[in-house]
Design a binder for this molecule. Structure first.
Ligand SMILES: Cc1cc2nc3c(=O)[nH]c(=O)nc-3n(C[C@H](O)[C@H](O)[C@H](O)COP(=O)(O)OP(=O)(O)OC[C@H]3O[C@@H](n4cnc5c(N)ncnc54)[C@H](O)[C@@H]3O)c2cc1C
Ligand SMILES: NC(=O)c1ccc[n+]([C@@H]2O[C@H](COP(=O)([O-])OP(=O)(O)OC[C@H]3O[C@@H](n4cnc5c(N)ncnc54)[C@H](OP(=O)(O)O)[C@@H]3O)[C@@H](O)[C@H]2O)c1
Ligand SMILES: *[C@@H]1O[C@H](CO)[C@@H](O)[C@H](O)[C@H]1NC(C)=O
Ligand SMILES: *[C@@H]1O[C@H](CO)[C@@H](O)[C@H](O)[C@H]1NC(C)=O
Ligand SMILES: *[C@@H]1O[C@H](CO)[C@@H](O)[C@H](O)[C@H]1NC(C)=O
Ligand SMILES: *[C@@H]1O[C@H](CO)[C@@H](O)[C@H](O)[C@H]1NC(C)=O
Ligand SMILES: *[C@@H]1O[C@H](CO)[C@@H](O)[C@H](O)[C@H]1NC(C)=O
Ligand SMILES: *[C@@H]1O[C@H](CO)[C@@H](O)[C@H](O)[C@H]1NC(C)=O
Length: 691
């Protein structure tokens, strides 16, 4: 029933939209409104105050209009033409082109003020133009300005917020592209102010080391803290939102248009917040999309955009709540209004927004991402449909179209990407009891962006709709991509259970691949590129450094370092083929084994615990003779300091792995921006956390 009603009224609204209810900028029209109201409220020329057939043919009435409009030069073409329109549409009278000039002359010659007309009574017809009191005209204008100017201004204020984000995007774009287009110049930018900016604003976590690591709070209220730069951007956005919702909120006492101050102010607040929230809508949808051209432009990751998305959406919801609250108070008197379709849909949108705010909490995203996503999509559809219907007749639907457009386009591109990859059969195998390797044949035209990731669908009836992001490694002949998935609790666990039963712990599954997403970093321009991976964070890191090594010419003195921190020798085994391919390249590789199962000197003796998969740990080390093995967790502060010291020039750190490790690399890279030799230090975080 309910669903039927919802669908039904949604289509009614779309039909209404066809009628093209357009947005009106009131501008000078409100000057005409002020005179029109004042005339109909204070003087009578016709049997009925709003009989424009009569008013538009009455020279005294027209002269009164002209005299009123001339006050403070309100007679702009727009204002005088509005009367022409009124006469045409409401009175079927065509006013002459020069009606204003003629009427104004007539006004100047004949007009009288009320006190000059003996026995003046505003309800009795008079036959002279009336000259209004100036103070009174100002009050009428102020009353109208309070309402219509607010509607007009709200558009500008909402645009200011869009402008703010555009500015942020441009700043990021300059930072991003300057590294690509003028790498030599950027490398030399280590002067005092630049370093201060980078050390205290652009690089660090907001507090100490807390960026990708999630913070716990009362069990259910875990959260993540954006980087310091992001925090500042978000903070300024909050400030700007408060400012644009607070300025120009005055009320002129004694104005005859909006007589009750509280109602006038409630209305202003309600209109302002409602309009600004509507204008923000496209931004919320654009930032949430996987195919957001701004990612490419700014070099900001999807995770960053999702961070912004969350904050803009929260602000938008707060505005919607204020809007709803003020109008609920205002409409107390007209309960019937609540039964109108547009009000019902406005309410639906508000509730949907509220649900999204709660179900989008990190706790729910962490614990059941797929359910979060499903509810989020349904609620977002209700939100956008509700907003559409609610604002349609108010002319603000022009801000809902782009929101729907970017969402629709994103979905379309996603389907296009899936189809263009095809749905090949992938070889899936379980390695070392905690990692799943997926070898996927790829079409020739599909370019595996080094350091990028793709969303994988495993086409099984129970989870084909789920798409999970994974980084990949290009196979040497570039005919396959290889994905290494850590076994966790959801889809990876289902695969794990299936594989434990499969012969040889291997099977084939048809997969869909949506990608590539993400970009390589600008570390390739640094004199020394240091790639630090932790555990299953290795594939993306590897594919990027391997790609750099392939393109680097041997006579440059570029130094390439790969550091992989992993738990035991067996995890090295599943990545052994890739590591072996580094033999002969200019990449210096170090692997830290944090929980070695064999002691230092046991390379010659027998290992304590051999893997289930044939090749032994000591033979792994001899097979990877070009790789340096170390036991124990590395000290990140030492690694960072040493790499900077040993670098021939600038250093770029790229990292992905355990969030705590990534935060440590960020922290120490930032601490060492001011280093003795004044080498440029950059940090690129390839770990993305949005859930
Ligand atoms: C850009 C990117 C690249 C990644 N690359 C790799 C990789 O190369 N190897 C690897 O092992 N892991 C990688 N991950 C992590 C991987 O996506 C998750 O481990 C995987 O989705 C978990 O699936 P699950 O159903 O078993 O997880 P669950 O046990 O259900 O959840 C485990 C965690 O994964 C998160 N998660 C679940 N589904 C998604 C989703 N669709 N999108 C985002 N997060 C999700 C959950 O919020 C939770 O925090 C990457 C993640 C991102 C964002
Ligand atoms: N978002 C992305 O872009 C992306 C990409 C690829 C992978 N991932 C995800 O990243 C995660 C990383 O893989 P994982 O689960 O295999 O990691 P993990 O097992 O938790 O840790 C991997 C290694 O890092 C070490 N380590 C942990 N904290 C450290 C620190 N502060 N300093 C130095 N070393 C530290 C660990 O040592 P100990 O043994 O001493 O703990 C371990 O050897 C996975 O969840 C994977 O799904 C994300
Ligand atoms: C409006 O005025 C015209 C002309 O003065 C008159 O003919 C007409 O009856 C009036 N209409 C109404 C509804 O009073
Ligand atoms: C407005 O009225 C003044 C006379 O008061 C006249 O000079 C001016 O041209 C008018 N402006 C417009 C746009 O009609
Ligand atoms: C004005 O006229 C109306 C009737 O047309 C009358 O009811 C009212 O009392 C008059 N007002 C004054 C102030 O004379
Ligand atoms: C594999 O891992 C699971 C938990 O993930 C554990 O219960 C099981 O004992 C492990 N099996 C082996 C052979 O290590
Ligand atoms: C590399 O370093 C050597 C000595 O350190 C120097 O002579 C040479 O010019 C450098 N090459 C480049 C391309 O910078
Ligand atoms: C392994 O080597 C480290 C230093 O490389 C040393 O501190 C440690 O005692 C050694 N462990 C064993 C079991 O020999």
């Amino acid at each position: 029933m309910l669903i039927q009603y919802l669908i039904y009224s949604f289509f009614i609204a779309i039909t209404l939209a066809e009628k093209g209810l357009k947005y009106t900028q009131y501008g000078d029209i409100r000057k005409f409104y002020a005179c029109n109201l004042q005339i109909s409220a204070s003087v009578t020329y016709c049997n009925k105050q709003t009989n424009f057939t009569c008013l538009c043919t009455n020279e005294n009435a027209l002269a009164t209009y002209a005299g009123c409009l001339a006050y403070q030069h309100r007679n702009s073409t727009k204002a005088t033409n509005t009367l022409v329109e009124y006469c045409q549409t409401r009175g079927k009278v065509a006013l002459p082109e020069n009606w204003f000039g003629d009427s104004y002359d007539y006004f100047l010659d004949h007009a009288k003020s009320a006190s000059e007309i003996p026995g003046f009574n505003k309800s009795e017809v008079i036959d002279v133009p009336l000259r209004f009191d100036e103070e009174k005209m100002s009050l009428y204008q102020a009353g109208y300005d309070g309402y219509y100017l607010n509607l007009d201004n709200s558009l500008y204020y909402g645009s200011a917020i869009l402008g703010y984000w555009l500015l942020i995007m441009l700043i990021s774009a300059v930072g991003n592209w300057s590294k690509v287009m003028f790498p030599g110049m950027v490398k030399k930018m280590t002067s005092g102010p630049v370093n201060i900016w980078r050390k205290y604003i652009s690089m660090p976590a907001t507090f100490h080391k807390k960026k990708t690591e999630h913070q716990s709070f009362l069990k259910f209220f875990g959260f993540m803290i954006p980087s310091r730069y992001e925090t500042i951007v978000i903070f300024l956005f909050y400030v700007l939102t408060i400012i644009v919702n607070a300025i120009n909120m005055g009320y002129v006492e004694g104005n005859p248009v909006k007589r009750v101050k509280t109602r006038a102010l409630l209305e202003k607040v309600g209109d302002r917040t409602g309009i600004i929230a509507t204008i923000m809508t496209p931004l919320v949808f654009l930032f949430a999309g996987r195919n957001n051209f701004l990612q490419w432009l700014t070099g900001c990751s999807y995770a960053t955009f999702i961070t912004y998305h969350r904050h803009i959406a929260r602000v938008m919801f707060c505005l919607v709540v204020i809007h709803a609250a003020t109008y609920t108070k205002l409409l107390n008197f007209y309960a019937d209004e609540m039964k109108l379709t547009y009000m019902i849909w406005g309410t639906i949108a508000t509730i949907a927004g509220g649900i999204m705010l709660v179900q989008g909490m990190l706790y729910f995203r962490r614990n059941s991402y797929e359910i979060f996503l499903l509810i989020h999509i349904i609620m977002a559809s209700l939100y956008v449909a509700g907003t559409w219907i609610h604002v349609d007749e108010l002319g603000y639907v022009w801000f809902v179209y782009p929101a729907v457009a970017v969402w629709g386009l994103d979905r379309l591109v996603r389907i296009g990407r899936l189809i263009s990859f095809g749905f090949p059969k992938a070889k899936v195998s379980l390695l070392d009891n905690d990692t799943i390797r997926v070898v996927i044949p790829k079409p020739k035209y599909w370019y595996a962006v080094p350091g990028g990731h793709a969303f994988i669908h495993f086409l099984k009836p129970t989870y084909f709709w789920q798409s999970h992001p994974f980084t990949y490694v290009d196979s040497p002949d570039q005919s396959h991509i290889v994905v290494y998935c850590k076994v966790k609790g959801g889809i990876t666990h289902s695969l794990y259970k299936m594989l434990t039963k499969a012969p040889g712990q291997t099977t084939t599954i048809r997969v869909g691949v949506e990608g590539p997403y993400g970009e390589s970093t600008a570390a390739k321009y640094a004199d020394s590129a240091v790639f630090i991976a932790g555990g299953n964070g290795i594939p993306g890191i590897y594919s990027e450094i391997f790609d750099i090594a392939r393109h680097v010419s041997s006579e440059t003195n570029k130094s390439l370092r790969l550091i992989w921190v992993t738990r035991d020798e067996k995890s090295v085994e599943w990545f052994a083929d890739e590591l072996e391919a580094l033999k002969g390249s200019c990449i210096q590789t170090t692997i830290y084994i944090t929980r070695p199962t064999i002691s230092n000197d046991s390379d010659k003796v027998e290992k304590v615990d051999s893997g289930s998969s044939g090749s032994s740990s000591s033979s792994i080390k001899s097979r990877l003779a070009h790789v340096e093995f170390k036991n124990g967790r590395p000290d990140m502060s030492q690694i960072v300091v040493n790499e900077i010291r040993d670098s021939p020039g600038s250093v770029g750190f790229v990292t992905c792995g355990h969030p705590v490790m990534v935060d440590e690399v960020r922290y120490y890279a930032c601490q060492n921006i001011n280093n003795p030799e004044n080498k440029r230090v950059d940090l690129y975080e390839q770990l993305q956390v949005w859930s």
